[in-house]
Design a protein around this ligand. Structure first.
Ligand SMILES: [Zn+2]
Length: 248
């Protein structure tokens, strides 16, 4: 259903695994002064399956991602918010920037949003119906229908990829990547966020779990197989746990 051909020739977005990889490099204190660092990383991403020529990552994108991330991180440190560091699911201190204080979000239906609760959000792009992590909410507007839209800056992307997104339909708390030990948490009928590599794109889409085949775990962790059906085009695929994120 997604009209790949009609999609405007936009710069490619980073996939979550790519973003995780870059976050890991940051955590490890990778030396970013190597003049070829960004180019090498871009090349590495572009060689991976799921990326084809028309969807290549530019060296400048990688450079900008690191610049933004380091800039945000500095800003964080300069404020009292540095005391509210998050622990990521794998127990490591995360460099992930909390997208926004939820108090910045418009109130819906008169429901008061609790202040100072830090949440991370994901938003669904209307270009491809895939979910991406939100870096910042830049603005909001109320349509004549009463619906609220927010202007979203996607994590790892520049202003040219900003979108207006309906808060009710296309913004939610970030999905949670799965650990091997948690595979039992995903059951038939569950809604999950599933990483799909297809055609030109490698992105995260909503899907329903149709069937679960439990398997013995081995040194690689969970070997269970999940049959999922993607909500946006009804296609089905068998995937491993590493491709799935669960809803909070
Ligand atoms: Zn398992």
């Amino acid at each position: 259903m997604v009209g790949v051909q009609s999609k405007p020739a936009k710069a490619s977005r980073f996939s979550r695994p790519e973003i995780r990889h870059m976050e890991m490099l940051l955590r490890e204190g990778k030396d970013l002064s190597d003049p070829n660092f960004h180019q090498k990383l871009a090349d590495e991403f572009n060689r991976a399956p799921g990326r084809v020529e028309s969807k290549t990552i530019q060296m400048e994108q990688v450079q900008r991602w690191f610049l933004n991330r380091l800039k945000f991180h500095k800003t964080e440190d300069a404020t009292s918010r540095s005391s509210s560091k998050e622990v990521s699911p794998d127990g490591e201190e995360s460099l992930t920037i909390n997208a926004v204080h939820s108090s910045n979000l418009p109130e819906e239906d008169g429901e008061k949003v609790t202040e100072e609760v830090e949440m991370e959000f994901e938003a669904r792009s209307s270009r491809d119906m895939a979910w991406y992590d939100v870096s910042t909410f830049l603005a909001h507007r109320i349509l004549s229908s009463g619906e609220v839209e927010v202007r979203v800056r996607f994590d790892g992307f520049g202003p040219e990829e900003d979108e207006w997104i309906n808060v009710r339909k296309g913004v939610r708390e970030r999905s949670i990547p799965m650990e091997s030990s948690e595979c039992w948490k995903i059951k038939e009928g569950d809604i999950v966020l599933c990483f799909r590599e297809k055609d030109e794109a490698a992105n995260y889409f909503d899907a329903h779990v149709i069937q679960v085949e439990r398997k013995m775990h081995d040194i690689r962790g969970c070997r269970c197989i999940y049959l999922v059906r993607y909500d946006h085009d009804q296609t089905e695929e068998r995937v491993h746990l590493s491709r799935l994120c669960r809803r909070p």
